[in-house]
Design a binder for this molecule. Structure first.
Ligand code: C2E
Ligand code: MG
Ligand code: MG
Ligand code: MG
Length: 282
């Protein structure tokens, strides 16, 4: 909807506030329908051990199978979801669905398989997250070590006390806590000291720039050094080529995730990777 201004430059047509409000209400109604009709689904992206190339787990990633627009990635709906009342509901569903799937795969040959689940901030303020997680694990017969919850810096910064206390209990119960998108926020370093983290996920923006830009390289190198110094596990996101993979391995990054190993895919497709040793990561 670009219009040309008198100076010939394109500018975006700004809908009136009333139209924006209408659009937001429509989208909120669509999200309700999506929950009611079960239009959400999970894709799974492989996580591999960089030394052996073995498949070690997967990150569960939310998708919306929209009846008119097809399968949507979070970029087109996550802001709307997080600003409305449904984030906690969808988050609970994601946790349950991902754990059910992981338990199934572990029973069918993928022993030791781990599942990564991203948390919404709202999940910390509605109900008791610790109890919910422990019930889900028990229901599906999944050991706590097989679950890794992913949190971002904005979750850690708000609701400080509740989040801290909740994560501490989860970690004490054996659940893994990964610090997602590490390095993209302002307080990553200070949070590391206080938060009960078990793994750092090196953000893909740095991984993708590290071979060409020394700034990105220095963030990746420093992050891995810090992780080693804090005795934390490591995984790098967004590995797209063998050069990046080799470099990270050289820097003693334990695990990797990215298009090189596999894009996020439906469970049915992911199942064919299981039991099959993945091609060498090197
Ligand atoms: P994230 O947790 O950092 O997830 C990794 C994102 O990087 C995924 O995007 C994945 O598809 C993408 N990615 C992985 N490897 C590569 C690569 O090699 N190249 C490129 N270009 N991209 C790669 P996706 O699935 O679109 O998810 C985006 C974000 O939405 C996630 O970032 C996460 O913050 C959020 N999200 C997704 N699912 C959930 C969920 O179930 N709950 C919550 N709370 N947030 C979710
Ligand atoms: Mg994540
Ligand atoms: Mg991430
Ligand atoms: Mg990210």
């Amino acid at each position: 909807k670009a219009k040309l201004s008198r100076h010939g430059r394109a500018f975006l047509f700004t809908p009136s506030l009333r139209m924006q409000a209408v659009a937001r209400r429509l989208y909120a109604m669509e999200l309700h329908r999506a929950v009611d009709q079960g239009e959400f689904l999970l894709y799974y992206q492989p996580q591999v051990n960089l030394n052996t190339g073995a498949l070690v787990g997967a990150e569960a990633l939310l998708r919306w199978h929209h009846p008119a627009r097809g399968v949507l990635t979070p970029i087109s709906f996550i802001a709307a979801l997080e600003s409305g009342p449904l984030a906690a509901v969808v988050g609970s569903w994601v946790l349950d669905e991902a754990c059910a799937q992981a338990a199934y795969w572990r029973r069918h040959g993928a022993t030791g398989f781990r599942i990564g689940v991203n948390l919404f901030e709202a999940q910390f303020s509605v109900g008791d997250l610790v109890q919910e997680v422990m019930e889900v694990l028990a229901r599906h017969g999944l050991p706590a070590e097989a679950l890794e919850l992913e949190i971002t810096e904005n979750i850690a910064l708000d609701n400080d006390e509740i989040v801290l206390e909740t994560l501490r209990k989860l970690k004490d119960n054996g659940v893994g806590i990964a610090f997602d998108d590490f390095g993209t926020g302002y307080a990553s370093l200070s949070l590391l000291k206080t938060y009960p983290i078990t793994r750092i996920k090196v953000d893909r923006s740095f991984v993708q720039g590290m071979l060409d830009h020394k700034q990105d390289d220095s963030v990746v190198s420093a992050t891995l050094d810090i992780a080693h110094g804090f005795d934390l596990h490591t995984i790098a996101e967004g590995i797209e080529n063998k050069g990046q993979c080799r470099y990270l391995k050289q820097k003693c990054c334990e695990e990797g995730q990215g298009y090189l190993f596999g894009k996020p895919m439906p469970a049915s497709q992911f199942a064919s990777l299981i039991g099959m040793k993945m091609a060498s990561a090197a």
